[in-house]
Design a protein. Structure first.
Length: 284
């Protein structure tokens, strides 16, 4: 595995693979790798790509009172994990390499960021698409791999690619979960054992709502209430619970087609997000 810290090194590596007519798969991360990240690299590897993984804690996507300074970092650990799953290039630029001066031009997300996590974290998705667009320009990957846990982010990046005519294909990959159902996240390490027990109410409630939908309970307000009640009973602070169309993230009153039940909650000081696909059933 090659380690690159500069944009020129990363571009040179990518250009060499293109000359050799080898496709490139990109896995953007903020590090402190877990099985969710590693599953993306395996997916890219299985597609036959030369795999580039970036590790960059992007300051543009953190608000002034968020956890940028304490976001978990362990580069030596991450390097070992990345190499074991077959990553070919690990791109680990310092902040001054990606932003040698305060950016004067950034991207701004439209209506897809008005609700849900975008309402709770103003400017967050603008920072996400800005850094992802930079990575796409650096590597020009054939495919880029993102987890479905950050579902709103996935849809926004797909929209960026479509609207700005990137040639990269965005590949959404299933959420990887802990044994108790909690979606894997680098921020899970913030949770105390007692908070971890309470946090498990989130995936449990989403799974219950999905089951009810399959049994014919398709009213969005009823499904959302199942999740809100379970989170409140577990002592979690509810940020939002929403049933939305998968394509444009607009809220629905009833599940009649492809929808997602998305939720965000705070346990202690840790904000957790999760979602499940809803498949309507006809009941008995």
């Amino acid at each position: 595995m090659i380690r690159a810290e500069t944009i020129d090194e990363a571009r040179s590596w990518a250009a060499g693979h293109r000359r050799a007519e080898r496709t490139i798969g990109l896995v953007p991360t903020m590090g402190y790798l877990h099985e969710g990240h590693l599953s993306l690299a395996r997916r890219a590897k299985s597609a036959g790509h030369a795999v580039a993984m970036s590790i960059f804690v992007n300051p543009l996507q953190f608000g002034p009172r968020e956890d940028y300074d304490r976001y978990p970092r362990d580069l030596s650990r991450d390097e070992g994990l990345a190499e074991r799953v077959g990553v070919d290039l690990l791109f680990v630029p310092p902040v001054e390499e990606m932003y040698p001066r305060p950016p004067r031009v950034t991207l701004k997300v439209g209506s897809l960021a008005d609700r849900w996590c975008g309402a709770s974290r103003p400017g967050h998705f603008d920072g996400v698409v800005t850094v992802v667009s930079k990575l796409f320009h650096i590597f020009r990957p054939d495919e880029a791999f993102f987890g479905e846990k950050d579902y709103q982010q996935l849809r926004i990046i797909e929209a960026m690619v479509r609207d700005l005519n990137f040639s990269t294909r965005v590949v959404g990959c299933p959420t990887v979960r802990e044994e108790d159902g909690l979606a894997m996240s680098s921020r899970n390490r913030y949770l105390t054992p007692e908070q971890r027990r309470r946090a498990a109410a989130l995936p449990g409630a989403l799974a219950e709502a999905r089951r009810l939908c399959r049994e014919g309970h398709t009213r969005a307000d009823e499904l959302a209430e199942v999740v809100r009640r379970a989170l409140s009973n577990a002592g979690c602070s509810v940020d939002y619970v929403a049933v939305v169309r998968e394509d444009d993230l607009e809220p629905v009153e009833k599940v009649t087609g492809p929808c997602r039940l998305m939720a965000a909650a705070v346990v202690g000081e840790t904000r957790l997000i999760d979602n499940v696909a809803l498949v309507p059933g006809r009941g008995d």
